[in-house]
Design a protein around this ligand. Structure first.
Ligand code: GZL
Length: 345
């Protein structure tokens, strides 16, 4: 009996020990000794800081170019320079012709922003109305280069302006008119596209240097085209006739149109009416050779090489000068025939 009791007690003790351990939450097994910290793996070599992106090469460039239109020989040469240079350099060029309408240039620039091009080039048809779209380009991180004409916008909205000094061109034209009319005279003026930088600046530059004995009796816009230049000159001749002794045209295309009107009226262009114009396109050289134009002040349209050089530098983060002026000269009839064969536009 005694043995039975002892067995019973042992069994009871055994259950007591086992029961505690089964019902109660397992005591957390003594935390495993944390494995001795592994030799902390050396911190991952910090990934090298983002490799600074390699500078883009010319053949990587995606360029959006919003051209004004095809209003003149000068513009045709300017477009050819932008397109042919881009092709030669292997650039991906997206090019648009706005037909001289600002709304078309604005939508072209917005399409380039949406496409995410690397850089935008454009020749603003007029000086105002560009701040909003250029802010959109800046917000998108796309540098903008103004080519040929400049817009009236804050400096932080464009990388640089590549183009002529139109005031100087006008001043050169005024000096040439003084030389052609030393005794003074009455002249008319064919103004470029209203509101455009070349029209505004050639207008004021001309008046900076014109002698007081020369009177500008009328001034109208011919919108830089031959057709409109002829039309306005016909109206001037109808109104003033042979009172007119000189013509200042803001570009050669309007001068060539005016030459046709003067001949149809019965006067001799270059003799009865002295003519000074600007651009120095091939048509002007041909008119000088024919004795119908007295002077043309050069305005260089061959801006393609400089544009792409500046575009690549802007895309690669270089700070560019506010203005990169183009080099220009003045041409006369005496060597026009000799120079014509080498003229590129
Ligand atoms: C000048 C350019 C002018 C030309 C015109 O840089 O913008 O526009 O003088 C052209 O012939 O149409």
């Amino acid at each position: 009996m005694k043995k039975l009791s002892l067995l019973m007690i042992a069994l009871l003790l055994l259950f007591a020990i086992v029961g505690c351990s089964s019902g109660a939450a397992e005591p957390a097994a003594p935390a495993e000794e944390a494995a001795p910290a592994e030799e902390a793996a050396p911190a991952e070599e910090a990934a090298p800081a983002e490799e600074a992106a390699a500078p883009k090469k010319m053949e990587d460039l995606v360029v959006g170019y919003a051209q004004i239109g095809a209003e003149s020989e000068w513009r045709t040469a300017n477009t050819a320079s932008i397109q042919s240079t881009g092709e030669a350099l292997g650039v991906d060029l997206r090019f648009s012709d706005a037909q001289q309408k600002q709304e078309n240039q604005l939508s072209a620039i917005r399409s380039y922003i949406a496409e995410g091009v690397d850089v935008i080039g454009f020749s603003p048809v007029v000086e105002t109305g560009w701040e909003t779209v250029l802010q959109e380009a800046k917000d998108a991180g796309i540098p903008v280069i103004m080519v040929d004409r400049r817009a009236d916008v804050p400096r932080d909205l464009y990388a640089t302006y590549l183009g002529s000094d139109f005031v100087v061109e006008g001043e050169k034209a005024g000096n040439e008119m003084n030389n052609l009319l030393p005794e003074g005279g009455k002249i008319v003026e064919l103004v470029g596209t209203v509101g455009s930088a070349p029209a505004n600046d050639r207008y004021s530059g001309f008046r900076n240097t014109l002698n007081d004995n020369i009177e500008i009796i009328d001034s109208q816009s011919g919108d830089f085209t031959r057709a409109k230049g002829k039309e306005v000159m016909e109206a001037f001749l109808k109104k003033y006739g042979d009172e007119i002794t000189g013509l200042y045209a803001h570009n050669d295309d309007m001068a060539i149109g005016a030459i046709q009107a003067i001949e149809e009226y019965g006067l001799k262009p270059g003799e009865d009416i002295k003519i000074v114009s600007i651009d120095a396109v091939r048509g002007a050289f041909e008119a000088m050779i024919a004795g119908k134009l007295n002077v043309t002040v050069e305005c260089n349209p061959l801006l393609g090489p400089q544009f792409y050089d500046l575009a690549l530098r802007a895309v690669n983060g270089e700070e560019l000068p506010e203005w990169v002026p183009s080099e220009e000269s003045v041409y006369y009839p005496d060597n026009a025939a000799e120079l014509l064969p080498e003229r590129q536009y």
